[in-house]
Design a protein around this ligand. Structure first.
Ligand code: SAM
Length: 223
């Protein structure tokens, strides 16, 4: 998958792994994936040297690549298995999609900003992640043509759990991870589907850019 030519920042990457472990990230496949993927290649050149700080950074169109801890925490919370089908809402830089692919999942990803998607697509192809299926559009409505999914990860903050997404979960243990709350702060919700019955677990608070769409915030509400 990822060819070993890009090995700058390997020192910074191992520091990041140490930091993630110290914050409770113990899932070996998450750590392996984040220890392998060159986060600097998902950033514009002027931000590349900050790639291994635990911060969200701008990626253009007013959007951000999520903080490494957030990516690790969300990925770990989904308890993914090799071969599972995962839908990501909010491709952004493409980094989270690469992490999911590196773990061995079949990845589908949707981004609202076509320009961001094009850049992400190019990066992912250059790094060898050719099997990620992507499109631009409103991901709050999911991707019914490819449903059901074993997991859906929403990387933007929603006002409520998008009901359409819960309906695209596999009935046998499908998981939806979505930050829900105000425009300023959201709580991570882990929704599980067990034979059509939904359970909701509340996880810690995070801060995300808004999910804008039919089952997210209206454009006017966020401006
Ligand atoms: N996962 C990304 C990464 O690894 O770089 C970071 C995502 S960024 C925090 C949130 C992304 O969600 C933004 O790129 C934003 O344009 C996108 N977004 C917001 N609403 C969306 C929607 N309804 N459908 C698809 N993407 C959406």
């Amino acid at each position: 998958m990822l060819h070993s030519a890009q090995n700058n920042f390997s020192h910074e990457r191992s520091h990041l792994l140490e930091f993630l472990r110290s914050r409770g990230i113990a899932n070996a496949s998450v750590l392996r994936a984040m220890g392998k993927i060159p986060r600097e290649q998902f950033l514009e050149k002027n931000f590349a040297r900050r790639a291994y700080e635990d911060s969200a950074l701008p990626i253009g169109s007013g959007q951000t690549i999520s903080q490494p801890f957030t990516v690790a925490y969300m990925t770990q919370s989904l308890q993914l298995k090799v071969g599972e089908k995962v839908l990501e809402i909010g491709t952004g830089s493409g980094y989270q999609a690469a992490v999911l692919a590196e773990i061995g999942c079949k990845v589908f990803t949707i981004e609202r900003h076509q320009s961001l998607l094009q850049i992400a697509r190019k990066r992912l192809d250059a790094l060898g992640y050719h099997d990620i299926i992507s499109r631009s559009g409103d991901g709050s409505r999911g991707w019914p043509e490819y449903a059901p999914f074993d997991a859906i990860i929403v990387t933007a903050g929603a006002p409520d759990v998008p009901e359409t997404l819960t309906k695209q979960l596999d009935l046998n243990g499908g998981r939806l991870l979505v930050p829900v709350g105000s425009l300023d702060i959201q709580r991570m919700y882990l929704v599980k589907n067990q034979q059509g019955k939904l359970t909701v677990e509340e996880l810690p608070e995070f801060k995300f850019v808004p999910l804008v769409g039919k089952e997210g915030w209206a454009q006017e509400e966020r401006d």
